[in-house]
Design a protein around this ligand. Structure first.
Ligand code: ZN
Length: 240
């Protein structure tokens, strides 16, 4: 099975469309949450994912936008954007977000937004946290997002190492298990402003990271039109 894995789209339609145009042939598309929040086009992004029959899980921003996740842990800019999202989201989008599971398991795959241990909030941002989460999912592969940083945590029994996700340099995983993070489509934070995603073949175990340039100024212009926080607008250009 060949999958495209996207995460943290954050209402950035220009970035999502650039990724969808770039996609090679895949059997399924998985989206690891934070579909909305930060960006200007939540309804349009959700409609696009529904057209493509994407398998999605709920992220902290998605739950916050529909009132099922507490926003008291959000910083001021994130909270401002999520409150704006809550006011513009239409009923079909709200219902679709409300239908999303926090964890999805199919065959050899588990998908969550944060971590298997805490699907909404935990950041898998070190080999130690990755190792602590190995016992929390029963499948061979786990897909997670939330950090906005592309990386693979490769587990050989209990030994876990981080592998750098280099675009254009596919890796064949020889690990017994792995946790894979595709990076962020709509708000990359690794210093590269291009949209990040992953193509993963579960049979050949080949993981290919891809980066796609998109019209950042278009998303920024739409954000300014609806008065989203300036810092959120600016960071798209820096990829931070
Ligand atoms: Zn996010």
């Amino acid at each position: 099975m060949r999958l495209a894995v996207v995460s943290d789209i954050h209402s950035n339609l220009a970035a999502l469309d650039a990724v969808l145009d770039d996609l090679p042939e895949v059997d399924q598309i998985w989206a690891l949450g934070d579909i909305v929040g930060y960006g200007p086009q939540p309804n349009e992004v959700i409609a696009r994912l529904r057209e493509r029959d994407v398998r999605a899980v709920l992220g902290n921003h998605d739950g916050a936008a529909i009132g099922t996740v507490d926003t008291s842990w959000f910083n001021v800019d994130a909270a401002t954007a999520v409150h704006w999202t809550a006011t513009v989201i239409d009923e079909p989008s709200r219902a679709w977000l409300a239908s999303l599971p926090m964890r999805r398991t199919e065959g050899e795959l588990t998908a969550v937004h944060g971590s298997p241990r805490d699907p909404i909030w935990e950041y898998v941002a070190s080999p130690g946290v990755a190792r602590a989460n190995l016992a929390e999912f029963g499948t061979r592969w786990c897909l997670c997002g939330h950090t906005h940083l592309p990386v693979i945590y490769h587990a050989d029994r209990e030994r876990v190492a981080a592998m750098e996700a280099i675009p254009g340099r596919p890796i064949t995983l020889d690990a017994s298990r792995a946790i894979l993070n595709p990076g962020s489509v709509g708000q990359p934070r690794d210093g590269n402003p291009d949209a990040s995603y992953l193509v993963f073949d579960t049979e050949s175990r080949r993981a290919e990271y891809r980066r796609v340039a998109y019209d950042i100024a278009r998303t920024q212009g739409l954000m300014r039109e609806v008065d989203l926080p300036a810092r959120l607008v600016e960071r798209l250009a820096w990829g931070r």
